[in-house]
Design a protein around this ligand. Structure first.
Ligand code: ADP
Length: 671
């Protein structure tokens, strides 16, 4: 076994690999970018080396430098994690040539699966079922359009070098083919440096079911059952579970065997995932094989009791697989949710910023949190906006789902927008509970998954007021101890006033869908607690903080629990899985720009890749005006109303800062 390995990755996956390496007594070498100098993975490793600037191309993709560091530090092997260099055949080959073991499959296997089209050809020969399509070399737009007509619409265009759900377009008819092909090729080129695409039949209600396979250098292959990853946004997984529900045993067995067949066809070694589209008639089709560890590997670990990173290290060191197929069994059910910094209500637009408050539920046999982020870390535009993976396990799906709801509700993240409440609405969605899964789940259930944000009710406002009063109490007690006269009436916090009624007026502001709402509250001091007037109702409230900062309150005799993070003048209130943000008056009115229909601004830093209208043009509400690229994804800026495009402030190719005004727009008179 190795004494020392280098981890060519960052964030949660680097931390995850370090955990197993430590368990096995293997020393670890981390690499990092300037932006990650204080990151958790750097702190957890035994040694760490700076790679360069924040952008991945200046750091985590600098293959040569990483190899040099491996040599310099004496690491015998490199674990690439996922993303970055994990499926880069040239890097794997250079490792081999430098006598450093690449913890992954042999180079030819990576090459074989590196192109979605070449992979399909190999699988076709190995009798692995494929969805109908064209995956050849001819990239002439007219020719591809003809292929699409032959296959029958809808079709899916896919970047052959693609991954992570990028570089894909659904084309519903012949007329939109050429335009969508262009946009697909642009995204493919900017994300993968290759604009080649394939065309295939778009299945309208498939599930995404994938099989975890493992193989060693001694011709042993096993599968570790399946995962269902059908709940997706932008073709990217949001929730994964294992085992996949409602799959007949015979089909399940068959899936496992076909996956092993696929692995054998390319002489596979190490961890791999064979992804299938699973249709409603229980037929399934090979989609692609990922030649690395997957983000969602923990659900497989939870139901099999195996440590897949340990298996990877054993295989890379030349040992046999720890188990034969007959020794592997499924125990219980597991879910994983990906907690992202993003806004589900704005088409999952990634969010950036500082995580000012972060609490996760504690790890236990039922709950596991994999994260590489700590409080005060930045989510930047340079990397994936994933904050953490939350994994739960229980003896059956229903119990695991209850665990999931509890665990999501226990997460507290303040400072930027997250998808936590969206995840909770999936976990409480009836179709999801009833296992009614397919890849259009989010689109199909959107009415219930994107609940309209509600204003804070009287109870929340009372709790927030109590929080402020108790905090003020704590602060004054501290300052009383510091002053010369601790008994001075001026330092009392019991509401004592000279010639005045003993009350306190609080005003909170809350922004819901771009509109500011004001809440006026009167807090009267009582011998025991407070009396609070809010929205014409009066409540008696008292409470206290527990040691971990949770606020326990009793409102009109009813006890409840909340967590509140105060960041400057802003309170983030976490109560029963819901989050409310209340601002104190000095922060009111900071959202003007978003409401201003005449001004269209960049939602994040990025570059302008296409301008679709001219100054002076009349447009309809929702018409695309220009396309930006940010975080390797295209974002279309659309007209907020019917009206006229007055000015376009940037030209194609230009970089824009967050909130920069892109377009001046005049809504039509009757708007
Ligand atoms: P990536 O490598 O970018 O993850 P995949 O080929 O794995 O791309 O596809 C990602 C997702 O896109 C799948 O999980 C599935 O939801 C959807 N998808 C892919 N191919 C098809 C298809 N032919 N029909 C319907 N959905 C598809």
């Amino acid at each position: 076994m190795f004494d020392k390995i280098l981890i060519a990755n960052r964030g949660e996956i680097a931390c995850r690999i370090i955990k197993t390496a430590k368990k096995m007594g293997i020393r670890t070498v981390a690499v990092y970018s300037e932006a990650d100098a204080k990151a958790l993975h750097v702190n957890q490793a035994d040694e760490a080396y700076l790679l360069g600037g924040a952008a991945a191309k200046d750091s985590y993709l600098k293959a040569e430098k990483i190899l040099e560091i491996a040599k310099l530090s004496g690491a015998q092997a490199i674990h690439p994690g996922y993303g970055f260099l994990s499926e880069n055949a040239e890097f794997a080959k250079n490792c081999k040539d430098s006598d450093v073991i690449f913890i992954g499959p042999p180079v030819p296997a990576i090459v074989a699966m590196g192109s979605k089209s070449a992979a399909k050809e190999i699988m076709q020969k190995a009798n692995v079922p494929l969805v109908e399509g064209y995956h050849g070399d001819n990239q002439d737009p007219k020719f591809l359009q003809q292929q699409a007509i032959k296959i029958g619409f809808p079709v899916l265009l896919k970047a052959t070098a693609g991954g992570g759900g990028k570089g894909m377009r659904i084309v519903n008819n012949e007329d939109e083919f050429i335009e969508l092909l262009g946009s697909c090729q642009r995204e493919a080129l900017s994300s993968f440096g290759d604009d080649k695409v394939l065309v295939e039949k778009y299945l309208t209600k498939p599930r995404h079911v994938e099989i975890q396979v493992f193989a060693d250098k001694h011709d042993n292959q096993v599968h570790l059952f399946e995962r269902d990853c059908s709940v997706q946004r932008r073709h990217q997984k949001v929730i994964e579970e294992a085992p996949a529900p409602s799959i007949p045993d015979s089909v399940r067995k068959n899936l496992g065997q076909v996956a092993i067949q696929a692995a054998k066809a390319i002489g596979y070694e190490g961890a791999g995932t064979v992804e299938f589209l699973y249709d409603s008639d229980d037929s399934f089709y090979f989609m692609e094989m990922n030649t690395r560890l997957q983000v969602e590997h923990p659900v497989t670990e939870m139901i099999t009791g195996q440590d897949l990173v340990e298996w990877q290290l054993l295989v890379a060191a030349g040992e046999e697989l720890p188990c034969k197929q007959e020794h592997l069994t499924v125990n219980g059910h597991a879910f994983e949710v990906r907690i992202y910094a993003e806004d589900p209500t704005q088409d999952f637009l990634p969010a950036t910023g500082k995580i000012k408050h972060l609490r996760f539920p504690e790890n236990s046999p039922h709950i596991r949190v994999d994260s590489g982020i700590v409080e005060n870390d930045e989510i930047s535009i340079h990397y994936d906006p994933m904050i953490a993976k939350l994994i739960v396990w229980d003896k059956n799906r229903n119990n695991a789902l209850a665990r999931l709801r509890g665990a999501i509700s226990a997460c507290q993240i303040a400072g930027l927008t997250t998808n936590l409440s969206f995840l909770l609405s999936i976990a409480t969605n009836e179709s999801f509970i009833n296992k009614d899964l397919d890849t259009s789940f989010i689109e199909r259930e959107k009415e219930t998954l994107f609940p309209v944000p509600e204003q804070a009710n009287e109870k929340i406002l009372a709790i927030a007021s109590l929080f402020l009063m108790l905090k003020r109490d704590q602060e004054q007690q501290t300052s009383r101890l510091l002053t010369g006269d601790p008994y001075s009436p001026w330092n009392q916090t019991n509401g004592w006033r000279l010639n005045k009624d003993n009350y306190h007026a609080i005003q909170f502001t809350e922004t819901i869908l771009g509109e500011a709402h004001t809440h006026d509250i009167l807090v009267h001091f009582r011998n025991q607690g407070f009396e609070i007037d809010v929205n014409q109702s009066t409540m008696l409230i008292d409470g206290e903080f527990s040691e971990d900062g949770t606020l326990f309150s009793v409102i009109n005799g009813l006890r409840s629990m909340a967590n509140i993070a105060q960041i400057g003048e802003e309170l983030t209130i976490f109560v029963q899985g819901k989050t409310h943000i209340l601002k104190l008056p000095s922060l009111i009115n900071d959202n003007q720009d978003k409401q201003d229909k005449n001004k269209l601004t960049a939602p994040m830093p990025g570059s302008i890749i296409s301008i679709l209208v001219k100054a002076g043009e009349m447009v309809k509400c929702g018409d695309p005006l220009l396309i930006m690229e940010a975080m390797k994804m295209e974002h279309t800026i659309t007209a907020p109303a019917d009206g006229k495009v007055e000015t376009i402030f940037f030209s194609k190719g230009e970089q824009v800062e967050e909130s920069a005004q892109l377009v001046k727009f005049s809504p039509a008179e009757n708007d």
